[in-house]
Design a protein around this ligand. Structure first.
Ligand SMILES: [Fe+2]
Length: 378
C-alpha cells in the first residue's frame, strides 16, 4: 500500500518568510493532528513565522480555539486580552471584534453587517468595522490619495494585552469573507517613497528576526540588554494620542491619559519585557516590541531610562528598516485561508480602506500565555 500523504510545510515563493501547509491525508481539521504531526507544525511555525492552511472555511470556532491552545501548554485558555479592558469605551481596541457566544475565545473581525445565522454560531446580527487609519494616525491620506487606491499600515503590533497577561504564543486568523484578489491597493512610504502594491485587506507581517539582523552590531548588543516597560492599561493610555503614518509608534504630543485618570491599576501588573525574544526552535533573536504601547526603555547594564518620547523614537529607529517592502510578507487573503502566526516572532498590521458596505469576515483567536517570553543570551 502506498504511504498516506504526510503533513507538508512548503516555504512561500517570493516572500522573505512564511510557508503553506498541506495537511496529511484524512485530516481536514488541523486541531486533530497526531502529536507527531502537531510537533512538526509547531516547529514549522516557529521557523517560518507564518503558516497558511488553505480550504479551512468549514473550521468551527471550537476547533480553531482547540488548535490555538494546543500551541501553548502553559496557557489557561482565555482570550489574549481581559474582556473588560479590551472593550473599555476609551480603549483603542474597543471596536475590534465581537465574540462568538458559545466560543468567546474566538472573535469575529471584519467589516459590514452579517445577519444572525450567517454562519453556525452567529446567533444575532453582527456589525463589524474594519480598523481605519483615519481615526488612529496623526496625518491621514487625502481623499484624492484614497481614491487613487492608497492605504496604510494601520498599526504594527504584537497581539497582547501588555498589562497583567502574558503575550499569546500564536494567533490564528481564518478568512471567511474577503475582498477579491483582483482588488489592489498601494502603500507609499512617506520617508523613502518606497511603494508596495498589495491585495486589498492584506495582513502585513514583519519578522522580528529580520529586524534584529538588520541592526548594527552595537544596536544588537544594546537591544539584547534592554527592557521595555509598557504603560498601565496601554490601549487606554494612548487612546487620545495619534500614531505615526507608518503605524509603528505614537506621536508624542502629551495627549496620553495621566496615570491617575486610568482605570484602577496595579504596579505588579505592569509589563516589563525584554526587547529581544529568543525563538525556542531556531535560537534566533527577534526584536519584539509593541511600538505604540511602549512607555520606557531601560538599559539593563547601566540602569539608564529612556522616557516616553525618546523611547518611541528609539523603537521607531530600530523597527523601521524591517517594514521595507522587501522584508515583509503581506498575506493576500483567499476565502478559507487559515493563517497561523508566531506572535512571539513577528509583528503584524491591518491594511486596507473599506467602504461601509464592503464585506469582510474573519475569525480570530489568541490566548494569553502562562509565561512571558525570554531573551536567551549566549
Ligand atoms: Fe492583531
Amino acid at each position: 500500500m502506498p504511504a498516506a500523504t504526510a503533513l507538508q510545510i512548503t516555504p512561500l515563493e517570493n516572500a522573505p518568510f512564511g510557508a503553506v501547509v498541506s495537511l496529511p491525508e484524512g485530516v481536514s481539521d488541523p486541531s486533530l493532528l497526531s502529536d507527531e504531526d502537531f510537533k512538526k507544525l509547531k516547529e514549522g511555525l516557529q521557523k517560518n513565522l507564518v503558516l497558511v492552511i488553505p480550504k479551512q472555511e468549514e473550521l468551527p470556532p471550537r476547533s480553531q480555539h482547540q488548535l490555538t491552545i494546543r500551541f501553548d501548554p502553559s496557557c489557561i485558555g482565555n482570550y489574549g486580552h481581559d474582556e473588560k479592558l479590551f472593550h473599555h469605551k476609551n480603549s483603542v481596541l474597543a471596536k475590534d471584534g465581537k465574540c462568538f457566544q458559545d466560543t468567546p475565545e474566538v472573535i469575529m473581525v471584519g467589516n459590514s453587517k452579517f445577519p444572525a445565522g450567517f454562519q453556525p454560531g452567529i446567533v444575532k446580527d453582527v456589525e463589524l468595522e474594519h480598523p481605519t487609519h483615519y481615526t488612529f494616525h496623526k496625518d491621514v491620506l487625502t481623499d484624492e490619495q484614497r481614491e487613487r487606491g492608497q492605504t496604510r499600515f494601520f498599526r504594527w503590533h504584537i497581539d497582547a494585552a501588555l498589562y497583567g497577561l502574558s503575550p499569546p504564543q500564536v494567533t490564528t486568523l481564518l478568512g471567511c469573507v474577503v475582498p477579491p484578489q483582483t482588488e489592489k491597493q498601494k502603500i507609499i512610504y512617506e520617508d523613502t517613497n518606497e511603494e508596495l502594491e498589495l491585495v486589498k485587506g492584506s495582513t502585513a507581517f514583519a519578522s522580528g528576526a529580520i529586524a534584529f539582523k538588520l541592526l548594527s552590531p552595537e544596536d544588537q548588543e544594546m537591544a539584547l540588554n534592554t527592557t521595555v516597560v509598557y504603560a498601565p492599561h496601554p490601549y487606554i493610555y494612548i487612546s487620545k494620542a495619534k500614531a505615526t503614518s507608518d503605524g509603528l509608534t505614537m506621536v508624542s504630543e502629551g495627549k496620553e491619559y495621566p496615570f491617575e485618570e486610568l482605570p484602577e491599576w496595579e504596579e505588579s501588573k505592569i509589563k516589563k519585557l525584554p526587547l529581544v525574544w529568543t525563538n525556542p526552535t531556531t535560537g534566533e533573536h527577534h526584536l519584539q516590541v509593541h511600538g505604540c504601547c511602549v512607555y520606557q526603555l531601560i538599559n539593563n547594564k547601566t540602569g539608564e531610562i529612556k522616557e516616553l518620547e525618546e523611547a518611541r523614537k528609539e523603537v521607531h529607529r530600530l523597527m523601521r528598516p524591517a517594514i521595507s517592502p522587501q522584508h515583509i510578507y503581506c498575506h493576500p487573503w483567499k476565502e478559507g485561508d487559515l493563517v497561523i502566526f508566531f506572535n512571539r516572532g513577528l509583528w503584524h498590521s491591518v491594511t486596507g480602506e473599506f467602504g461601509p458596505e464592503e464585506k469582510r469576515m474573519m475569525h480570530q483567536c489568541n490566548v494569553a500565555s502562562g509565561e512571558d517570553p525570554i531573551c536567551v543570551k549566549n
